[in-house]
Design a protein around this ligand. Structure first.
Ligand code: ZN
Length: 478
């Protein structure tokens, strides 16, 4: 089969600002996309999983200046930190786009030229409060005591001539596409939120700024720089050859999934599809907006000492344990609370005592009672529900079902007491163990998108000439 015969699956994450380091929120979006990419790859699809970094704008120029670096030098160093973090977490994107790359700059220029040609841009005067932290304008009603509540800083009062996009014209067409799921917004609550937001009426938006530092100039008006958010959104198209390889672009576009955090839903579910329609392209097929974490009931803060660094956790507990924990602890799409203590409970309970212990028990008995030699049979449990749940981004449910099978197997062993039974009825014990080996092999297969290392270990162990007792997959931690 050639690539063009296979079903394609194009999945993206937000691109992350290089003035920040990889944190639990960016890791969460990227992990979920990685799991889906692995799952769809295992189904034989032609998968393209894209992540990257956003490197333009005043926020980055400011951070670079504070670090005593040139913006590009600063961006280079920090983009590398993201790649490294994803690597440590077992996240394997197919492509990593940076908004300072030539392929992106050229594509954004073409995008803006087309936008201008569409007749949907006009010049106007803008006055508003601009938060550099958010890289966006804030409504008076969004400020708390005159400060941006997200950044606790006073936004700048900006009054300038800008280019505007006629977003207000796109309400009806967006509503239709969202309501009939031609453009899917998930989870359902987020879809309703966007519908009611659009129904209140959309306002035109500024697409350029007069004074932004380290931003791209408009192709036809060098006095103006492209509003960084629009430059960034276009990464989803520039990475797949919008400017340079139309065939590739037509193959992968529209994206099958944009995975995002719920804070950037309006950009992705309203502005982005409208811009695409304006330049004659299809909106993405689906956007999934996940929730936010609290940490031991609080917001993460250095003073509270509840800061969770996903990379440090992966180094301490293994990447698979962190992947398992983040997707098991909180249903994907909901807000939820996590902490290192909760991770430890899951680690020792579900992983060390659960899957890990079952695997040691079974391999130990196969080695001891049957010299490591056991027939291959079909799994005694149907675990299709696990894969189906992952497919629908209901990761926690899929894992729950998989761990029900682990508990079932443990109970089966406890009841049969093979260590007592083996002398009198070796055939019964052989049948039990070959079923359990088959179940473990199937579990490894089903869990591999979330726990790729563990799945590999189990598979290699069970496929060996002789099965020997496994070392603990997850040594207990105190
Ligand atoms: Zn802000």
């Amino acid at each position: 089969m050639t690539d063009s015969d296979r079903k394609k699956f194009y999945i993206t994450t937000p691109i992350y600002y290089v003035n920040d380091k990889p944190h639990i929120g960016s890791a969460y979006s990227t992990l979920a996309a990685d799991v889906l990419a692995r799952l769809h790859r295992s189904l034989g699809e032609d998968v393209l999983f894209l992540t990257g970094t956003a490197e333009h704008g005043s926020k980055i120029a400011e951070s670079a200046e504070r670090a005593g670096k040139k913006p590009q030098e600063f961006a280079d160093e920090n983009a590398a930190k993201f790649s490294l973090a994803w690597d440590i977490l077992g996240i394997a994107p197919d492509d990593f786009i940076r908004t300072t790359e030539e392929r992106h700059l050229k594509a954004v220029n073409l995008f803006f030229t087309k936008l201008k040609d569409s007749g949907k841009l006009y010049e106007g005067e803008y006055e508003g409060w601009y938060c550099v932290g958010c890289e966006s304008f804030k409504k008076e009603s969004e400020l708390v005591n005159g400060l941006c509540p997200l950044h606790n800083r006073k936004p700048e009062l900006v009054k300038e001539k800008n280019w505007f996009f006629k977003l207000s014209e796109y309400g009806p067409v967006l509503l239709e596409k969202i309501k009939n799921d031609e453009f899917r917004i998930l989870p359902h609550a987020r879809k309703n939120e966007m519908i009611s937001f659009i129904e209140q009426g959309l306002e035109d938006i500024a697409v350029s700024r007069r004074t932004a530092k380290f931003a791209m100039p408009l192709p036809w008006d060098k006095e103006q720089t492209i509003y960084v958010w629009l430059d960034e959104l276009f990464n989803y198209c520039s990475a797949i050859g919008y400017e340079s390889d139309r065939e590739k672009f037509d193959h992968y576009w529209p994206a099958d999934f944009h995975i995002i955090g719920k804070d950037i839903i309006k950009f992705h579910c309203i502005i982005w599809p409208a811009l695409l329609l304006a330049i004659g392209e299809q909106p993405p097929k689906a956007v999934f907006a996940h929730g936010f974490f609290t940490f031991g009931g609080q917001k993460m803060s250095k003073t509270l000492g509840n800061v969770i660094d996903p990379v440090e956790l992966a180094q301490k507990y293994t990447p698979d344990a962190v992947r398992y924990f983040l997707l098991r602890e909180v249903p994907f799409g909901h807000d939820g609370d996590i902490s290192e203590d909760k991770l430890k409970v899951r680690y020792n309970g579900d992983l060390a005592n659960g899957l890990g212990n079952l695997f040691s028990r079974v391999t130990n008995m196969v080695e001891k009672f049957f010299d490591g030699d056991i027939e291959t049979v079909k799994s005694p449990k149907d675990l299709t529900e696990v894969t189906e749940a992952f497919y629908n981004l209901d990761f926690s449910h899929g894992l729950e079902v998989a761990w029900q099978a682990v508990a079932w197997a443990d109970a089966l062993i406890d009841k049969a007491k093979p260590w007592e039974l083996v002398k009198a009825e070796p055939d019964k014990v052989r049948e039990l163990l070959r079923n359990l080996v088959a179940l473990l092999a199937d579990l490894a297969l089903k869990l591999s998108p979330i726990m790729p290392d563990t799945a590999n270990k189990i598979r290699q162990h069970l496929e060996a000439e002789k099965i020997v007792k496994s070392e603990p997959l997850f040594p207990k931690v105190n």
